[in-house]
Ligand binder design. Structure first.
Ligand SMILES: N[C@@H](CCC(=O)N[C@@H](CS)C(=O)NCC(=O)O)C(=O)O
Length: 244
């Protein structure tokens, strides 16, 4: 069996892995894991990742979780262009500098609007407006830092070329946009970065990767999102209780 990727394109880190593999023509079998249908906690998937999280990669007997580890594995194993994960030490260190900040300030913050607007209501939970506003302020602070510390006057987040850092950032920033928080409004620099990145990736690939999440509100309105499986409730309640 060749490379297998366990993904749900509703998930930001899964989309970063998907778009990278597709853009680079890396051959893989897609193993869809439907989060809403409780497949993360299925027996089959827990044998792939006992932390029950996507994305996950299986390459023969080798199994790997964590999107950044997966992206680095793919960019190292397959003949991908150097700019994604440069061999130059300092250029590579810049990517890790971004990824460290991303883990602290982006991951965990930009996914919250999907929970407050779509997922929590699916199980009858409505979060107080105060929490929505607190999250909005945290996103605004992070966006400012993203522009001031990373993007500055560069074309991409760590320099003049697209890297893994840009993919990780783009996928997180799209999550709130999908549920109606237009983070790019009033931020011309960030908007230009997104346009450059999407033009580089290609509109067809962006549509293929982002279509599901960008239609999530419509799907929710038309009751097309399945009711979460009962075994997912404890995870959902825990996840909701952690929203500051
Ligand atoms: N740090 C991990 C995060 C993975 C993650 O949190 N994935 C979410 C979907 S976006 C998930 O599977 N959540 C299920 C859970 O936390 O139990 C990565 O970058 O791969």
């Amino acid at each position: 069996m060749g490379l297998e990727l366990y993904l749900d394109l509703v998930s930001q880190p899964c989309r970063a892995v998907y778009i990278f593999a597709k853009k680079n023509g890396i051959p893989f079998e897609l193993r869809p894991v439907d989060i809403f249908r409780g497949q993360l906690v299925s027996k089959d998937f827990s044998q792939i990742n006992n932390l029950c999280k996507v994305p996950a990669l299986k390459d023969g007997d080798f199994i790997l979780s964590e999107s950044t580890a997966i992206l680095i594995y793919l960019s190292s194993k397959y003949p991908t262009a150097d700019h994604w994960y440069p061999s130059n030490l300092q250029a590579r260190a810049r990517i890790h500098e971004y990824l460290g900040w991303h883990a602290d300030c982006v991951r965990g913050t930009f996914g919250v609007p999907l929970w407050t607007q779509v997922l929590a209501p699916l199980i009858g939970v409505h979060l107080p407006e105060e929490k929505v506003q607190r999250n909005r302020a945290a996103m605004d602070r992070a966006l400012q830092e993203l522009e001031d510390k990373f993007l500055r006057d560069q074309a991409f987040l760590t320099g003049q070329h697209v890297t893994l850092a840009d993919l990780m950032a783009l996928e997180e920033l799209i999550q709130p946009v999908a549920v109606g928080f237009d983070l790019f409004e009033g931020r011309p620099k960030l908007t230009a970065w997104r346009e450059r990145l999407e033009a580089f990736l290609g509109m067809d690939l962006c549509q293929e990767t982002h279509g599901l999440i960008l239609n999530i509100l419509e799907q929710a309105a038309n009751k097309k999102i399945p009711d979460p499986a009962p075994e997912v409730y404890p995870y959902m309640l825990l996840r909701i209780s952690r929203i500051p």
